[in-house]
Unconditional design. Structure first.
Length: 538
């Protein structure tokens, strides 16, 4: 991987002339700063001012052209975390003529993806905020291929997991600090700025307590396409589990410990009749961890970022998340949300320590490791007495940190009981099953025929044809839902039917107009679209 930007391929004088004449061009997608991604030609960056520069000329383009709304609050989010005020992107404007008085630009020939990493020392953040969003932003724009170069502008050093970022393209990613060594004024020939948020499933609690995102747009399929890519890059082969089944206990070695880990491992092995092994970020290389997890039947771990590795579990495996005393599992669900994404096909179990005598607290540690000695006495006592951390905002709530960094002696019989209850089928690698969940199309050729009997009774016969895609599918159960609504009324009568025609006589009045809505349903829960409404007069 070459770190230097080779200036050989580009004709420097021509590039400079083009910049002077054409200036910067920007075209973005997205209506708001929170869903915007921008493509630039000739976006520049001053490493002295640490500002991006947009050069105006006769040929420059700026879409959207927001005027001063560009600062309300920003043009776009540079990280995948929504609307975080430390992660905004903007540029300053200059006329292209100002280039005459500026340092000679150094041109970046690679297609660039410019973004912020959010928290590169925490594995959950690395995958959720950075790797998945970068991977799918690159999929969105065809010129962000294997030869694209990533530029991380958040200002952190490489961090604990830089090797993972390097897998995303063939070029070494560059950090903000390194840009200074390249020159005083950098001009990106072609660049994309910002990250797609389409794969993120969790919000960390900056404006409301943490929880799953309101509108999750990713499924297990896309997660698994990404992990397949990463495993190829890590040289971890996805061999069908030929060997024996086993359980992985992912342990933490610095804090939030399982105090009776050896006993737990023996008990798991005995209960499930499987070999049980431990891994930790401190003692295993990342490729080894992925190799072990990708063939495991069950992953057991304390709540914590290491659980994001359940991304690599095979379908059918179980995730068992252990929560320390006073931490309500329902309030901290990044890994539950991941495991239960449609199509992830993982079984998820949470266990919480509810026994005060089984927890070990650390009130005297520094505040960021959960210490509370800096708080006033009354508050310390309140926290000590409390049996549940109330919902709170990110990220420095002392009661949360105090409880999150407890060590736990796991009540093994209680844990095994919870696992037995929740894990229905035998956990373990499963062949990809082709259910996938395909939805029906609209029903076709819907027709209605009315008949009136006397002045108070009428019948409505409705018929339709199967959705077009059904003839190519094997579907266990096909049903139809029909809604009959009297014109002008707000309510309707719903029916679930097995056949492609039905005669309705209940509550059907003569000389009335009915609206009839029909849709097909596969396997009870795959609801298709309604066909165009049918107008039927009795
Ligand atoms: N970590 C670890 N072992 C430990 C403590 C932490 O591997 O004993 C890792 C953890 O998985 C995460 C990072 O260090 O990637 C930061 O951990 P922290 O406790 O701050 O965050 P959390 O795991 O609660 O998200």
């Amino acid at each position: 991987q070459s770190q230097e930007l080779s200036q050989v391929q580009i004709d420097y004088q021509a590039a400079l002339q083009a910049l002077l004449e054409d200036g910067t061009r920007m075209v973005c997608t997205g209506r708001m700063h929170t869903d915007r991604l921008c493509r630039f030609q000739s976006l520049c960056y001053s490493t002295e001012a640490e500002e991006f520069i947009y050069f105006h000329s006769n040929a420059s383009v700026m879409l959207p052209n927001l005027g001063s709304r560009r600062f309300q609050p920003a043009l776009l989010d540079l990280s995948s975390v929504e609307d975080h005020n430390t992660q905004y992107f903007n540029f300053v404007e200059l006329p292209a003529a100002a280039l005459k008085f500026m340092p000679k630009p150094v041109f970046v020939p690679d297609v660039a993806l410019i973004a912020n990493r959010f928290n590169p020392d925490n594995l959950m953040h690395v995958f959720h905020d950075d790797l998945l969003p970068i991977y799918y932003t690159m999929q969105q724009f065809s010129d962000l291929g294997a030869e694209a170069r990533l530029f991380f502008m958040e200002g952190w050093s490489e961090g604990a997991h830089f090797d993972l970022y390097k897998l995303l393209s063939n070029k070494q990613p560059l950090l903000r600090e390194q840009l200074k060594t390249l020159g005083r004024l950098l001009c990106f020939t072609k660049s994309y700025v910002g990250l797609s948020k389409i794969t993120t499933w969790y919000q960390y609690g900056f404006v409301q307590p943490q929880g799953p995102k309101a509108n999750i747009l990713v499924s297990g399929n896309e997660i698994r396409q990404f992990t397949k890519f990463l495993m190829q890059k890590l040289n971890v082969s996805l061999e069908e589990s030929s060997g024996e089944e086993y359980i992985v206990v992912f342990s933490r070695t610095i804090n939030r410990l399982i105090l009776n880990e050896a006993e737990l491992i023996l008990a798991l092995a005995q209960e499930f009749q499987m070999k049980t092994i431990t891994v930790s970020l401190e003692e295993h290389s990342f490729p080894d961890i992925v190799r072990l997890i990708s063939n495991a039947s069950m992953l057991v771990s304390m709540h914590g970022a290491q659980l994001v590795t359940s991304l690599f579990l095979p379908r059918g495996a179980a995730v068992v998340e252990l929560f320390p005393y006073a931490i309500n599992p329902e309030h901290y669900t990044p890994y539950k949300t991941l495991a239960t994404l449609p199509g992830m096909d993982l079984q998820y179990v949470a266990w919480q320590n509810t026994a005060r005598e089984d927890t070990v607290t650390y009130p005297d540690r520094p505040w960021d490791q959960g210490g509370i000695a800096h708080l006033d006495k009354a508050e310390q006592e309140r926290i000590m007495r409390s049996t549940e951390v109330p919902r709170h905002l990110c990220c420095r709530n002392p009661e949360w940190l105090f409880r999150a960094y407890q060590d736990t002696k796991v009540d093994i019989p209680a844990l095994l009981q919870v696992i037995r209850q929740a894990v229905k089928s035998k956990p373990g690698p499963k062949k990809q099953k082709w259910a996938g969940g395909l939805y029906p199309g609209k029903v076709r050729d819907a027709k209605c025929q009315a008949s009136v009997q006397g002045t108070s009774e009428a019948k409505l016969s409705v018929s339709w044809q199967i959705p077009w895609n059904l003839k190519y599918l094997k579907v266990r159960e096909v049903k139809y839902e029909v809604w009959i609504q009297e014109q002008g009324e707000n309510t309707y009568m719903p029916y679930i039917l097995s056949h492609q025609n039905h005669t309705f006589s209940e509550n059907i009045k003569p000389f009335t107009i009915y609206l009839v809505w029909i849709r097909c349903i596969f396997n009870k829960n795959l609801l298709g679209p309604f066909a165009d409404v049918l107008l039927c007069s009795t």
